[in-house]
Design a protein around this ligand. Structure first.
Ligand SMILES: C[S@@+](CC[C@H](N)C(=O)[O-])C[C@H]1O[C@@H](n2cnc3c(N)ncnc32)[C@H](O)[C@@H]1O
Length: 246
């Protein structure tokens, strides 16, 4: 870990938007923001792991008051530097436990960020924390990959996901513990640089149980933001749990 900003310190933050360019495509952001704005209605939105504001800023531009939580001052500094970033409420802290004032009609956790919590206890705590922030009838939205164990032949633990002449990236899986890491090797000025981020992978059914422990119930599960059905072939899901009104 580089510093108090966790795995999203200054070096990562400086290149985050560029290195996640596919997630910043207008079609991706618009579809995400559209669903979240609909769920927010006239209420407020809470983003866990708000980062550089990829989704929070356009959601705020749609008229939804957004508050963010993030561990990384370096990431939040990038959010602040963008138009509208200064006006956004952001709390620096761990989203598994950090409380902020008021309640929200939607809370959301995107781009596999639930997996940044590397223990089951912390993932459960994040559901409980969200439930405590939601209005009755409010929703928690998680966007996360389906663990790619079907791509692991017996005896192997690595799944490559980006290979180019200067960049290699691969996930390592430990199927005994659900520990996982994403590993990046990049050639910069002729030298190889290595970076590794630890995760805990998590199954849809396990998330449903975490939601149940927090008093939430599943409302929707889609393959993506355009609301295609989630199937056995889905590689990711967008899941929505709601806090009952009764
Ligand atoms: C992959 S980025 C996603 C940023 C943004 N949500 C997006 O979709 O572009 C993950 C973000 O979550 C933050 N993060 C990771 N673990 C965290 C934790 N336990 N508490 C608060 N923030 C965390 C990181 O600092 C980083 O800004």
């Amino acid at each position: 870990m580089d510093d108090e900003d966790g795995y999203f310190g200054e070096r990562v933050a400086a290149r985050y938007d560029e290195s996640s360019a596919e997630m910043f495509e207008p079609g991706v952001v618009d579809a995400t923001v559209g669903v979240l704005a609909e769920l927010a209605g006239r209420g407020r939105a809470l983003e866990l792991g708000v980062g550089t504001g990829r989704v929070a800023l356009p959601l705020a531009r749609r008229g939804v008051p957004v508050h963010g939580i993030d561990l990384s001052r370096a990431m939040v500094a990038r959010l602040r530097a963008k138009p509208g970033g200064d006006a956004m409420g952001v709390t620096i802290g761990d989203f598994a436990t950090t409380r902020v004032a008021g309640t929200f009609s939607v809370a959301y956790l995107l781009f596999n960020t639930i997996m940044n919590l590397t223990t089951q206890a912390a993932q459960v705590a994040s559901f409980r924390n969200v439930a405590a922030h939601l209005d009755p009838g409010g929703c928690f939205v998680v966007e996360v990959m389906v663990p790619e164990l079907r791509r692991l032949p017996a005896g192997q633990n690595a799944v490559p996901f980006r290979v180019s002449p200067t960049r290699w990236a691969f996930d390592l899986y430990d199927v005994a513990t659900q520990a996982m890491s994403s590993n990046y090797v990049e050639v910069v000025d002729g030298r190889g640089e290595y970076r590794s981020i630890p995760f805990r992978y998590v199954w849809p059914a396990e998330l449903d149980l975490m939601a149940q422990l927090a008093g939430l119930r599943l409302r929707e599960r889609w393959d993506g933001w355009t609301r295609e059905p989630f199937t056995g072939e889905s590689r990711q899901h967008v899941s929505i749990w709601e806090k009952p009104t009764d």
